[in-house]
Design a protein around this ligand. Sequence first.
Ligand code: G3P
Ligand code: CA
Length: 277
Amino acid sequence: MTIYCRGNESASGTPVPAPLNIAHRGASASAPEHTFAAYDLALDLGADYIEQDLQLTADSVLVVLHDESLDRTARGPRGWCTGRVRDRVLADLRTCDVGSWFNEAHPDRARSEYVGLRIPTLEEVLQRYGRSTRYYIETKQPEAAPGMEQHLVSLLRRFELLPASSQDWTVLIQSFSPESLRKLHTLHEALPLIQLFRRGRIPEPLDSVLEAVSGYAVGIGPSWRDVTSELVAVARRHGLAIHPYTVNEPEDMRRLLDLGVTGLFTDFPERFDCLRR
Ligand code: G3P
Ligand code: CA
């Protein structure tokens, strides 16, 4: 049963108080990840942010898909809907269905309206939701997608999201790649950035690493399993937000809140929305 604690109250324009509820790939436990269905549902379920993982097509369009390969979540003509996104042009991707895999994988949560859902471009996402929500955007495999950062900043500029992002974090940009984040920092210094750390790979020495991160980023995104009181204390000392990924069990959410995280990624935004009240 879905529990609704509230409707979406987090339109941009006013700061959202911590802890932030970040819908990981949308409400991806309940609808196909990175589709409008998953984003619409996330906002209904109380998310403050909807997440976008970015890939760059062969014709340099930013699209929203987690994997660099189409194979896990896309169905459709083999010639267009398999292999790497960066080897396909947008017109190819327009033929792919990214909803049916969810029905196959989760028959208990399957819905007929998920069949035929399309891969959104980032532009379509910004167009659809405008200033009614906040965006948590990840540059994926940026080293294999030259120009990704420039395309991203120019799209945010076109949608007039840069000033609001620096003021109230309407858009947060995350990456595992410090090079990508440094590039973004150079392109637009006030853009708020989050340095992700891979699971089990919190760098040492912590104090000097986080001091360096604080030179270009406003926060860190560790795996939730790596969050300790020391990590929280050192991050706070350097003025960094702490947004662990991807936390789905209420007892883990509670433990992380008690440790002092300032937000978290979850596939179940409704669970965190109820628990953080
Ligand atoms: O961005 C936080 C989290 O989403 C990183 O993991 O693989 O789900 O993008 P992934
Ligand atoms: Ca991500």
